[in-house]
Design a protein around this ligand. Sequence first.
Ligand code: MTE
Ligand code: MO
Length: 396
Amino acid sequence: MPSSIRRRDFLKLGSASIALSSVVVTRHRALLAQQPVTESGLIVRTETPYNAETALAKLNERWLTPTSSFFVRSHGNVPKLEQKGFTLTLEGLVNQPRQLSLAELTERFELASVTATLTCSGNRRTEFNRVKKVPGVQWDAGAIGNAEWRGVRLSEVLKRVGVQPGAKHVWFEGLDQITEKGETFPFGGSIPLEKAMSDTAAAPGCLLATLMNGKPLTPEHGFPLRTIVPGFIGARSVKWLSRITVSDQPSPNHYLAHAYKLITEDTPQAVHDAAPIYEYSLNSIICSPSPQAAVAGAALTVKGIALPSGRIGQAIKRVEVSTDAGETWHPAKVTSPVREFCWVHWAAEVPLTPKTESLLVRAVSSDDESQPRETPWNLKGYQYNGWHRVTVKPAS
Ligand SMILES: Nc1nc2c(c(=O)[nH]1)N[C@H]1C(S)=C(S)[C@@H](COP(=O)(O)O)O[C@H]1N2
Ligand SMILES: [Mo]
């Protein structure tokens, strides 16, 4: 990892004092009424399977998202599992295939932890609908959260069982069952072996996690065991993990071989030719004010989050807000730690004019990568990372 990142690690810009603005921001109650928010701050998108995202105002409350308000993405049932009797199978291109109980896994290997942002590749999917409606869970921008995960490093487990020459990918399989087009199969996927082995001092390439924010995983988040792949889209962090297979090929599971690809036409050839999505992209979101909020005064405090892309070593360098449709940009102050694989929280005080109709945000990474104005449309609605826009109304 570049030393510039290491130096920034744990860097607290926390005391960035945001001048009190003279602005009145009122919540638009009618809009909230259309989207009931649970007590813990979740908006349920589908009951069965259970899919819920975090209300935007809640996303911005804490750098570490409380587990109770962390988004949930499930493709099938939420298995209710017992710790007793649970085993993890290790097989494929390994010298010593074996089954490990949860106790064996956590006692035989050193505990490691990582703070990492998890985001669904379909986060912000609804914004593609402006071009052409996309199917799938209609996520707004809250299918994202930041948590502290603890468990054992996949790399250490793989070294112990001995990876054979020719191995290139590590497959994961969960214990849930999904029925699609008349077939029933578990959720699964894979990551390149290189990613699994890419531990740094700050982050494992992949963690076999048993704890989330210091407590055992909840059933919705994968109890008793899941993978956490820092920097990769949520789909690669397989919940209710029961099987790891080392192979020379990527996983044939539907969620690696067919879904989670950027395609513009649904033909077997197009799906076959497209590469699986692994890393998530650079992104930023305005969390407050809320859409349609009434705003008044000469200045406004805008707050939100920004996420570096999942490439190793990337961090957020700059966040900018515009109140004039992208003509001029005002720098935001980062108000949280700055690390790779983690979002930052930011706040900006921006000028307001009677003509201000919307607020825009964009971020720049440590590699000087910037977000596009719009993300090109794709059929499944993945990886939206255009400038996030929130419309506001002058208060009268
Ligand atoms: N077994 C299993 N693992 C899974 C999924 C699933 O449906 N089944 N969904 C994936 C997707 S698409 C995402 S975005 C993340 C969401 O993790 P969370 O529900 O803990 O937020 O889990 C991933 N792991
Ligand atoms: Mo996802």
